[in-house]
Design a protein. Structure first.
Length: 266
């Protein structure tokens, strides 16, 4: 079995402030270590389930957060950003048996995480996809659907876990944080590691085809920018329409065209 792990940091256990996500800040290193520990736990659970090859995308900020030496030797770690439209699941294709998401967080404008955002927190208020607020989980789950790979497990805040199970109730979810206003209530970091390891092992031993997500036939995307001039600039992207001073909309039947648009406008 060959699996893919996409890892972010704003949904790792205990994280509550942007300073804990930035390399230049003193609080960063312990959360980069927790991100690594949670990815390591997912790898260990996968190995126990018989997985022979694991690809990991370090999908936070610079893409240079995970401490590779802590991981098992069977991994391939994707660091940095190629600028391919697949973004946080770069290199995902039909050869993979499953996609797992570790440290994921709620969508931009959600109150389920003090660090909630979608793609670029410095530019966007939110993204809507077919009328619903879109998270990074949803955007990348649809990529998995394009290449017929089931999304089997999501860890992160309670909001993103609820969203995952709304999309497919068979997805294994592990909620490590609960956002309350500008605060977080979390479980113990070592308990999170234990639950991720056990959760990955158990779900990979089940019928993971039940975790496949259906791709819609048409896509209407709304982008809401913090700065009005970014919306004006984005309005010149092919087939983009300006809705207001800060919002633009794009429609397509081809999800790859949606991804291409997001690459150039976010």
């Amino acid at each position: 079995m060959k699996i893919y792990i996409s890892a972010d940091i704003e949904g790792v256990t205990g994280i509550a402030h942007w300073d804990e996500t930035e390399k230049s800040k003193s609080d960063y290193q312990k959360f980069a270590q927790q991100m690594t520990d949670e990815v390591k736990a997912a790898c260990e659970g996968a190995v126990n389930a018989g997985v022979e090859e694991i690809w990991i995308k370090d999908a936070h900020d610079s893409g240079r957060n995970i401490i590779a030496v802590d991981l098992p030797e069977i991994i391939r770690l994707v660091r940095g950003w190629s600028e391919h439209p697949y973004l946080m699941v770069q290199e995902l294709d039909e050869s993979f048996d499953a996609l797992l998401m570790i440290g994921y967080h709620s969508f931009g404008s959600s109150n389920a995480n003090p660090l909630s955002h979608t793609l670029n927190p410095n530019r966007l208020n939110y993204i809507k996809l077919n009328g619903e607020f879109a998270s990074e989980f949803l955007i990348h789950s649809y990529i998995a659907a394009m290449v017929n790979v089931p999304v089997v497990l999501v860890s992160g805040d309670e909001g993103i876990c609820k969203e995952a199970n709304t999309l497919n109730q068979n997805i294994k979810t592990i909620a490590v944080n609960k956002g309350v206003g500008n605060s977080v209530i979390s479980i113990h970091p070592q308990l999170a590691v234990k639950q991720i390891k056990e959760g990955v092992e158990s779900i990979l031993k089940e019928d993971i085809n039940k975790c496949k997500i259906k791709l819609p036939h048409h896509f209407k995307v709304e982008l809401s920018y913090i700065n009005h001039w970014r919306a004006y600039k984005a309005s010149f992207y092919p087939k983009m329409k300006q809705l207001s001073s800060t919002n633009v909309a794009f429609e397509s039947d081809d999800y790859f065209e949606v991804l291409r648009m997001l690459l150039f406008t976010t």
